[in-house]
Design a protein around this ligand. Structure first.
Ligand SMILES: Nc1ncnc2c1ncn2[C@@H]1O[C@H](COP(=O)(O)OP(=O)(O)OP(=O)(O)O)[C@@H](O)[C@H]1O
Ligand SMILES: [Mg+2]
Length: 326
């Protein structure tokens, strides 16, 4: 039996800004199990980052508001209702960075330019453990080594601006895992890097996940990136999960027209076929949409699709799809 770690139960969430209200997340039902790896895939603005920031309450409340549903984090077998806690209160601070950790696309946004790598790591480690300074330093160095940082002892004393992009990303991974989190969200961790470095960093994240036996949620707009990395994939479109299943199910037997279009738009080396871009564009987040979120771009659209949101239906072997025609 797989053990539940984090559950999104029927979540709906909005941003209220002067421009209007967005329906940023709609009916998000998602369970993350201990030790699993999940890829969250979808175009810009579909709600990937919001989904990852929600359980550690890193969103600008009350401009951001959950209007329906629950986020349940399972701590030592006990369910903890994340949205009921205080945003920056003691309970959330115990989880944030310690039990649920994040790495981002741009390391400089979460690493401090005015402190050394080591002092930032030591502070984080001491905040969440009872190690003394010397123990925390040794632990930080071993985490840098685990993130395959060469000359880890020297890098410990470096400032982040002295490091290359790939090296900063390794430092952020070392920080991300330094409190042995049970779940790591990696939000587009390699988008800003050269292709060869990308592959190294992804391989590193995968290795570290196995070594630490933690769950991993890898967020990307690029389906090709997750193919070799994760056990399961959830495809997001306009704040809905439109398809979810094992990596094989989603990539080899996709059922949703959006997933199929995403797969056809992946470049491959060994074909002369021209890429098929997805027709149409993503609607403005403030516009109101009735019916299926994808109908305007879909070849199989029917009258029903224009009027009703399709339910998220479970097909064989837990393959879930939100489409009347699937
Ligand atoms: N600070 C904000 N103010 C207002 N709306 C926001 C804000 N942040 C996010 N949103 C809304 O939430 C939606 C989802 O944003 P999110 O950052 O999760 O997208 P994403 O899938 O991570 O996109 P990307 O691939 O570009 O990172 C956006 O389309 C936007 O409507
Ligand atoms: Mg994002």
């Amino acid at each position: 039996m797989r053990k539940k770690l984090l559950e999104y139960k029927n979540i709906a969430a909005q941003f209220h800004t002067i421009e209007g209200t967005t329906n940023t997340l709609n009916d998000i039902d998602l369970t993350i199990y201990e030790g699993m790896s999940l890829g969250i895939v979808g175009e810009s603005g579909c709600g990937k980052s919001v989904t990852s920031r929600l359980p550690i309450r890193l969103l600008p409340e009350p401009m951001f508001k959950v209007t329906k549903g629950e986020v349940i984090y399972h701590r030592d077998g006990k369910p903890f209702d994340v949205m009921k806690a205080k945003q920056n209160g003691k309970e959330i601070n115990k989880i944030r960075g310690k039990e649920i950790s994040m790495i981002f696309q741009e390391p400089m946004s979460s690493l401090s330019p005015i402190h050394t790598v080591g002092s930032q790591m030591v502070e984080l480690i001491r905040q969440h453990s009872d190690m003394n300074k010397k123990q925390a330093k040794e632990h930080a160095i071993s985490m840098l080594e685990r993130a395959r940082v060469p000359r880890a002892r020297d890098v410990f004393d470096d400032y982040t601006f002295q490091l290359s992009g790939g090296m900063r990303q390794r430092v952020m991974i070392a920080m991300g895992i330094s409190c042995s989190p049970r779940l790591l969200f990696a939000d587009e961790p390699t988008t800003a890097l050269d292709v060869t470095i990308q592959a190294q960093i992804l391989g590193l994240i995968k290795d570290v996940q196995r070594e630490q036996n933690m769950a991993l949620v890898l967020i990307t707009h690029d389906l090709a990136v997750v193919a070799n990395m994760v056990d399961e994939i959830a495809v997001f479109y306009l704040g809905y999960i439109v398809e979810q299943g094992s990596t094989d199910q989603v990539l080899k037997t996709p059922k949703h027209p959006y997933t199929k279009a995403l797969i056809e738009s992946i470049p491959t080396l060994h074909t002369d076929q021209a890429l098929k871009p997805i027709k149409g564009s993503i609607p403005d987040p403030y516009s109101k949409i009735t019916g299926c979120p994808f109908w305007k771009r879909c070849d199989k659209v029917t009258d029903k699709c224009r009027q009703e949101v399709p339910p998220f239906v479970t097909h064989e072997n837990d393959h879930k799809v939100r489409c009347f025609e699937a």
